[in-house]
Design a protein around this ligand. Sequence first.
Ligand SMILES: NC(=O)c1ccc[n+]([C@@H]2O[C@H](COP(=O)([O-])OP(=O)(O)OC[C@H]3O[C@@H](n4cnc5c(N)ncnc54)[C@H](O)[C@@H]3O)[C@@H](O)[C@H]2O)c1
Length: 278
Amino acid sequence: MNEFDFKGKNAVITGAGSGIGRELCIQLAKEGCNISAADINEKGLRETEDAVRAAGKNIICYITDVSDRKQIFEFAEKTIYYNNSIDIVINNAGVAMSDVPAENIDFKDFEWMMNINLWGVVNTAKAFIGSLKKSRDSYLVNTSSIYGIFAMKNAAAYTTSKFAVRGFSEALVQELHGTSVNVMTVYPGGIKTNIAKNSRWIGETGDTDGQKRQLARFENSAKTEPEDAAKQILQAMKRRKKRLLIGKDARFMDLYVRINPSGYDRFVREHILKEKQR
Ligand SMILES: NC(=O)c1ccc[n+]([C@@H]2O[C@H](COP(=O)([O-])OP(=O)(O)OC[C@H]3O[C@@H](n4cnc5c(N)ncnc54)[C@H](O)[C@@H]3O)[C@@H](O)[C@H]2O)c1
């Protein structure tokens, strides 16, 4: 099968104002794509714009909330009109939440997370699929997480949203088979971005010990640089992959869960959370 070619393609990246999304914009622009970047964070988006322009490439930025269906369909209308077609859509926008047992998560916080992490992906995919199908050779990339492969205690909302993205995305792999649209689901392990700092902190205000512990746990476990994550995504697209695990942590847990699907909770308790045996 021939490599997926980026040159001259029109790419949409959501969550482009930070982390993996910013790196995707820079690297896709360097590969010769025209970039349409979306984020709710205007400051972050401007920084991405500066970074892409500093590399001598072009980018158009849109302040857009992926959880707002009307905004996403207007964004799609504008970008498709401006570029004539969209050939690459990367559903990357996502949010995290501080550790909280499912019993104590307010519905409004659960819904906030589902609206961005799941509905953001569904909204954006549905807004662009028609245009992607018209392109000669296109790609839809959906970002799940290693928490879309194994569940994590006290992260039920995030885990639920990422398992759901996996289901949606893997269904699209089958639905779009035989069309011009390639589909890939991405499962990153820990990536060194602002995601933990940008978390919604539930039931805590200020700089508490609980927050510090959680941030420290994330910082100790996140080993992959966002530049490297973006590079791996582009390489996997070139090879027309349908599934990408990023990082040794993700590859290890994917294998572990397949070998021990009903016993991995113990591994999570003892080796990831390092809880004492009761
Ligand atoms: N960093 C990790 O360890 C990790 C691990 C697994 C999966 N992921 C996933 O990777 C993706 C990128 O995350 P990141 O680590 O680069 O985080 P990040 O916080 O650095 O970047 C996420 C971006 O999404 C934007 N965003 C948030 N809500 C939005 C909305 N409603 N509409 C539009 N944009 C919105 C934020 O403003 C931010 O710029 C997310 O889907 C995340 O869940 C990250």
